[in-house]
Design a protein around this ligand. Sequence first.
Ligand SMILES: C[S@@+](CC[C@H](N)C(=O)[O-])C[C@H]1O[C@@H](n2cnc3c(N)ncnc32)[C@H](O)[C@@H]1O
Length: 328
Amino acid sequence: MDFGNYNSSIHLYSCSAPAASHHMIPHSTPENDFWTAAGWGSSGAQAGRISSPSYPEDPSENCQEDFEYDDCPFEFNDSDESDCCSSITDSIRGHVYEDGLRYHAYHAGKYAYPNDENEQRREEVKHTMSMMLCDGQSFLAPVEEALEDGGQVLDLGTGTGIWPMQLAEEYPDAVITGVDLSPIQPSFVPENVRFFVDDIEDEWVDPENKYDYIHLRFALHTLKDRNAIQKASQEMREAGFEDVTEIHQEAALGLWPADKKLRLCGLFWRTAVMDGLKGLCSRPFQAIGLTPTQIELFLADVRKAVMDGSFHTYFPLTTVYGRKPFDA
Ligand SMILES: C[S@@+](CC[C@H](N)C(=O)[O-])C[C@H]1O[C@@H](n2cnc3c(N)ncnc32)[C@H](O)[C@@H]1O
């Protein structure tokens, strides 16, 4: 992939935003009412609790015999392996460091991008941009009633947990669970929110029909099928979902739009892209043989291109939602 021009640098991100959900759609078919995939829409195996005021803080709950830790080629910062539970808890909650960037430790190496402060700030900038683009709405699927009635919500690849926390405040009767490989969510959260460390591509063990709304945003790119956002509505229909809806938006990169709101979104987006280049490129480019110095030299050109306002560059953002049949 050539990052030396606009389209290809965008392509990196739009591949990262759109893509993948063939694993999730079949899982969500019989069990859940609404499902949203947003390339910017259940988990089960509760590998480790991140934070949940509703549950006691007992690390022994997270003790599992089958934790995959040895396969990881990277260094961990966990310290005490003297007993099973503290070791497992550390390795779930710990991090891996590489080239000045910090990555998740649970199923280490699975997600290519960092989870450090810089990445978290970027995620929050993206959240703000996405909220603005959606005129302040936290979701586009017609689930308001379910949320008002105390519905169960699952947020896959929840990141910093900003979306569940905002939703929890908007719908205090809803119960929102966020799942991520990284334990980067805050400890003090609204009491109707809980977070778990888990791999959403593992087998789901939640009971059928537990969730009223399953949401995934900016995380399809992390899963196996990188083109899944393009296929999402078709796959949802084939899986039996009804009222499948696809919404297309354009997120400008930079200050070129005449419209004030889109211009501000463009500023947020550009900030998120500029601040993320090193983190987004480091592991993938090293995997194809580039050294950190070569990557930096290359990114110098990408940065110039991103800042060049003479191109009207935008990211296509797709949201897909659907509902399982009422009688299912
Ligand atoms: C780009 S961030 C999006 C965060 C959040 N959805 C948002 O919109 O603010 C993608 C997140 O997906 C998580 N992720 C990637 N693969 C995952 C997996 N297999 N299981 C759980 N989380 C995963 C990453 O750790 C990361 O936090």
